[in-house]
Write a new protein. Structure first.
Length: 277
């Protein structure tokens, strides 16, 4: 994904949009669905084919109709209120910024946000997002396809500290935590408790406890919220930048390539010179 041109004016619009998103999310109590929007736009990435990812394609009606995206039209329409005031910003940046702000305004960690994503006119095929009815092997298949790790899987699952499932969208009903508008480590604490009739545990949630590689992170995050916040912020940033090469990173890659080429040329001439001296 080639980067959008990011100049001083674009950065100003990003900061204005960030302020508008804070106000919108706080007034509408819509942090959970904004976070879900950001995740679902990014979570279609395929590291092998370099397709999908955080490219704003979720704005397209046909992708919104994918079963995993049920209900997300609400978030897309809310973002339109901000987009209308900041038309220069791409949908790809707007959706990921909304996810970052959703975490921050509910008490979660500050997540580094780098703008510059380009919008895509193409949507990925259906079936790339996690299926809540599946287990550990499915989670690994989905997240490894994106290039993410076991730690990323568990840390990002901690985002279920926000929000509730709705039967008309997913077939499941209820919240994962007692305060679904507060970002903290209570999701992991609840996972380690015995079954609770009033809190939700999806098959994919239970898989985090049953799988030994996942469970060690669940136990860590349940007892150490700082560790969870640190790892969550890093994993969220990775998810939000899948397939995205920022302008600064692209410039660095070009510079490194130029230096490498120069070294190769000099080495060649040095070897030639040695043969004739």
């Amino acid at each position: 994904m080639v980067a959008q041109v990011v100049d001083a004016n674009y950065l100003k619009e990003i900061e204005k949009a960030r302020r508008d998103l804070r106000a919108l999310i706080s007034s509408k109590n819509c942090a959970p669905i904004m976070l879900r929007l950001a995740w679902h736009d990014a979570g279609t990435y395929d590291a092998k084919t370099k397709t999908g990812g955080p490219n704003g394609s979720l704005r397209h009606d046909h992708e919104l109709k994918h079963s995993a995206n049920s209900g997300l039209k609400i978030a897309v329409e809310l973002c339109e209120e901000v987009k209308a005031r900041h038309r220069e910003i791409t949908y790809a940046d707007l959706y990921q910024l909304a996810g970052v702000v959703a975490v921050e305004v509910t008490g979660g960690p500050t997540i580094d946000f780098v703008p510059g994503r380009k919008d895509s006119l193409v949507s990925p095929e259906e079936g790339r997002l996690p299926d809540a009815n599946q287990g550990a092997r499915h989670l690994k298949d989905i997240f490894y396809r994106m290039g993410l790790s076991d730690k990323d899987i568990v840390a990002l699952s901690g985002g279920h500290t926000l929000g509730s499932a709705h039967s008309e969208r997913s077939g499941f009903e209820g919240a994962w935590t007692k305060d679904p508008l507060k970002f903290d480590n209570s999701y992991f604490k609840e996972l380690l408790k015995n079954e609770s009739s009033d809190l939700l545990k999806l098959p994919t949630d239970k898989a985090l406890v049953d799988d030994p590689k996942f469970r060690r992170y669940v136990e860590l995050y349940a007892k150490d919220e700082d560790a969870f916040f640190r790892d969550y912020a890093a994993s969220h940033k990775k998810l939000s930048e899948l397939g995205f090469i920022s302008s600064s990173r692209l410039a660095l890659n070009v510079a490194v390539g130029v230096v490498a080429a120069a070294v190769a040329i000099l080495s060649y001439y040095y070897e030639v010179h040695k043969k004739f001296t």
